[in-house]
Design a protein around this ligand. Sequence first.
Ligand SMILES: Nc1ncnc2c1ncn2[C@@H]1O[C@H](COP(=O)(O)OP(=O)(O)O)[C@@H](O)[C@H]1O
Ligand SMILES: [Mg+2]
Length: 438
Amino acid sequence: MTTPRVLLLEAAGPESGALAATAVASGYQVYAATQSEAHTTYSANLRNLLAGCLLTDFSQPEQAFHDVVAYAHRIGADVVLTTNEYLTPLLAKVCAALGLPGNDPAHAAAARNKAAMSEAFARNGITAPRTLVVDDENELRRLFATEKITFPCVIKPAEGAGSAGVTVVHDPAGLAAAWRAAHTPRGMYGMPLDPRVIVQDYVEGTEYSVESLTQNGSTTHLCATRKAVTIGAHRVEVGHSLPAILPPHIERAVHQEVERAITAVGIRNSASHTEVMLTPDGGCTVIEIGARLGAGQIGFLIRHALGIDPWTALLDTALGHPADLTPTRYEYATVRFLTSPCTGRLASVAGLPPTGPGVPAVHLRTAIGDAVQDVWANRGRLGHFVVTGPDADTVDRRAELLLAQITIEVVPEPATPNGVGRPRPELRPNRAGAQEGT
Ligand SMILES: Nc1ncnc2c1ncn2[C@@H]1O[C@H](COP(=O)(O)OP(=O)(O)O)[C@@H](O)[C@H]1O
Ligand SMILES: [Mg+2]
């Protein structure tokens, strides 16, 4: 067989970088498709891994589809992959056009768009929150006036990610601000987004995600991940720990629900990340599903805790080879994200642990002097550290101790009209192309 050629739809971001590095280490040639402004953020390291790069415009989906398919033909791509949720519908279309293993393009939008997802869940009898899809603010008012909205509820954009624009609303007074937060366009690459807003019943419970890999329609669950999420109006994920051990009967019920969700959104050959709420009565409600590996370090935690290499597994899946998903160790890993105490400018960060045994990664991605935001979306996280060890108790205790030693000082600055703490023009607030989901 000739050297496999791998085309990544976006190579920026930690997961995509790991995928590129793994592919190169396996002797594959790696290419990327991206957009000019994202390409300028590629590090020298990443550029060195790439055999070539297509600059396209993801804000023009049809044109981007044709560009990517033509480029894939030109380089003779054997694999097309993405770790970026925004690009999963495009990936499904491209794989279908090239005859490569992928997901069902007819259903791929349902793993991205929460209105389509809610319909797919309802059609397939998946336990999910009652969901209303709202076109405009007048309709929201009408729904409230006719008592279709109950409190607490959750208001979110139809095509958001990374908790951006998601608000838990406890009373009618909070509806207008939540509408504005959900309706403010955000996304990536200027891609056209569904402007509708989702209103969901609030589900009380403990939040987990399930990390799975599906090959030819057959799913293996790698683990469940326990999430630490902020309380309050905006729910930002501040920690992930895995593998979460659930009682066997609960685990069976969760897997069953997740498998139905995977099938409902047309996942046939890819990783998936399904967020679920376990309710006090032992039930499992599916909050959302993405046709990609969990972000927020989850892939790295899987490798540390279970010895499974998710990047090789993704490449094998995309090549149509059986992936090796057998754990080679049974340990535990957690990531804790650093957040800003208020909106303003980052003045100092002290007490970060050094990397060493049991602390394989420490990363501060925000520079001193950068604009920072009160905890509002995953995008506002300042950095993270990872702790690994033999069991949950040891690891969680150590992570809490390390977190308590970190001091973050922020000089408060008022929010600006179009957001908060406008970034300095010469500094990039976020790396373009890096997805901020989980
Ligand atoms: N219906 C719901 N009930 C309870 N919490 C919810 C609900 N929907 C969302 N959340 C909370 O808000 C977070 C972000 O919402 P989510 O639907 O996952 O959006 P995103 O695609 O931005 O991640 C979830 O992780 C969860 O903590
Ligand atoms: Mg989510």
